[in-house]
Ligand binder design. Structure first.
Ligand SMILES: NC(=O)CC[C@H](N)C(=O)O
Length: 357
């Protein structure tokens, strides 16, 4: 069935619908990974967004239910140059088309995703609509203007608290739409975890008496979560706190720093990041549209990592408070595992804080 992508600036791409055919509105963002579409589709940080892949052939190894990062597809729509309908892999359980159908998410294929990416790069991230109907300009405008993603974290955070057994240190995880491999990475290191929904008060988390707190990744603008920032503030200095991506941005806000929106974000599996302590450059997995501003970081906060493509902040530390957070994704999935040792560094920060007390 014929379908269109209509962007906020009026650009129209014509292609073919696949997956579950329905109209969808979202922020159109691009990912430059050559593989990893299962992890991308199910990463809750993409909630509210339409993702387009720059790599031209997607779906060729099919779908298996081991490589997903949450229980369902979280993107609002998925755009590819070519959807492979004859996947071939020993782990393949079914096709991408079938997976999108089961999750009621529309796919759009047959458009030049590299041309689309160039438009987003030049213009900045835009809203868009995927539709199989003929819409008038004014209806498109109304639908795009009605789009809001301010409630995203509330849509993907778990409804209730959960315990995960382990023999090691006890970490309170604030789950803003946490990827599965973050939990696995701490589990591999023996950690015990209590996972709390996003709306949990600091007092309840402190009551559980964890050795440390972890703030997860998640969708949307960190400034839509100023109530959460207040709870984090109430834990600073009392417990060591670590965080990834949205968690890192929320920590920066809690410490008195600021965040801003990037023109088109970082989404891919080959972003070079420099560790300013060791001088080493690591290739990282990334998915974010917002970033911590360098200017205005309060005293005591040290920038630990920088992105070598655009010199943006990739890591922060506060020695005295036992705070350490990272903008990129040490849990990978998808992407290289270069930065997996960051989880050991998180645990070390938590242990060292314990020793001080
Ligand atoms: N992966 C994430 O946690 C993303 C954080 C935030 N939603 C951003 O886009 O910047």
């Amino acid at each position: 069935m014929k379908a269109q992508l209509i962007l906020e600036n009026g650009t129209i791409f014509e292609g073919k619908a696949f997956g579950h055919v329905k109209e969808t509105v979202g922020e159109v963002v691009f990912n430059t990974g050559m593989t990893g579409y299962q992890e991308i589709l199910t990463d809750p940080s993409y909630y509210g967004q339409i993702v387009t892949m720059t790599y031209p052939l997607v779906g060729n190894y099919g779908i298996n239910l081991d490589d997903i990062e949450s229980d369902s597809v979280k993107v609002k729509g998925f755009i590819v140059r070519e959807n492979c309908d004859q996947p071939n892999n020993w782990r393949c359980e079914f096709e991408l088309d079938e997976y999108l159908k089961r999750n009621k998410v529309i796919g759009l294929e047959g458009i030049d995703t590299r041309a689309l990416t160039k438009i987003i790069r030049n213009h900045g991230t835009m809203r868009g609509i995927i539709t199989v109907r003929e819409l008038t300009d004014s209806l498109v405008k109304t639908k795009l203007e009605a789009y809001s993603n301010t409630n995203a974290v509330r849509e993907v955070t778990p409804a209730a608290k959960k315990e995960i057994a382990g023999e090691g240190i006890h970490i309170a995880m604030m789950d803003f739409g946490m990827k599965n491999n973050i939990v696995r990475s701490f589990q591999n290191r023996g950690c015990r975890m209590t996972v709390f929904p996003a709306g949990t008060k600091a007092a309840e988390i402190l009551d559980a008496d964890p050795d440390g707190v972890f703030l997860s990744n998640g969708p949307g603008d960190p400034k839509d979560l100023m109530d959460v920032v207040e709870e984090i503030k109430a834990m600073v200095g009392k417990k060591p706190i670590t965080g990834i991506c949205l968690g890192h941005q929320l920590l920066a806000l809690a410490l008195g720093g600021d965040t801003e929106k990037l023109k088109f974000g970082h989404r891919g599996a080959n972003h070079p990041v420099k560790d300013l302590h060791t001088g080493r450059v690591m290739i990282t997995s990334q998915n974010h549209g917002y970033v911590v501003k360098q200017e205005g970081l309060p005293e005591g906060v040290e920038i630990t990592h920088l992105n070598l493509n655009d010199q943006t902040v990739e890591g922060l530390r506060h020695g005295e408070y036992g705070i350490y957070s990272i903008q990129f994704h040490p849990e990978a999935c998808p992407g290289p595992h270069d930065t997996d040792p960051i989880f050991d560094e998180f645990i070390e920060v938590i242990r060292n804080f314990g020793l001080k007390g």
